[in-house]
Design a protein around this ligand. Structure first.
Ligand SMILES: [Fe+2]
Length: 150
């Protein structure tokens, strides 16, 4: 899924700001960590299956999409001045271990892990959209446009 190029103009957002800042910060922080963890899971799977393998290439394609999501959240972290989670190193190791261990169990287990992760992330974004209600329409649009819901 292709990300829409972020506008660089300093145009003020037209969305209102009634959602509590702490909630917005938490959403961006958790999503950033989740996308980061997803890429680490894929890294672990690719390490087991091999970069050149057919499966490795398929997973790499998915990992590339996750990288786009992370890039988006890196932008949001700067834009909204959110402190990233201090647990990123843990996500790094845990995600990689989960990816590698499910890959070692075989192709089916690896794909089941991937599908489960994507499903949880999708549901998670859906809940956040509901939580935000009518607030932060620009942020919600970014979620939808970037294919994070898929
Ligand atoms: Fe993602």
């Amino acid at each position: 899924m292709v990300l829409k190029k972020k506008k660089t103009s300093k145009k003020k957002s037209s969305s209102n700001r009634t959602t509590h800042r702490e909630i917005l910060e938490e959403i961006i922080r958790v999503d950033h960590a989740g996308e980061y963890g997803a890429t680490k899971i894929y890294d672990g799977q690719i390490a087991v299956f091999g970069k050149g393998s057919k499966l490795g290439k398929t997973i790499q394609h998915m990992a590339d999409q996750e990288q786009e999501h992370i890039d988006k959240f890196n932008e949001l972290i700067l834009e909204h001045r959110v402190r990233p989670t201090a647990l990123l190193p843990l996500w790094n190791v845990a995600g990689y271990a989960l990816g590698a261990s499910t890959a070692l169990m075989g192709e089916k287990a690896a794909m089941a892990c991937t599908v489960a992760v994507e499903k949880v992330i999708g549901e998670h974004y859906q809940e956040q959209l509901e939580l935000l209600g009518d607030d932060h329409k620009d942020l919600k649009k970014q979620f939808l446009n970037s294919g994070m819901m898929n």
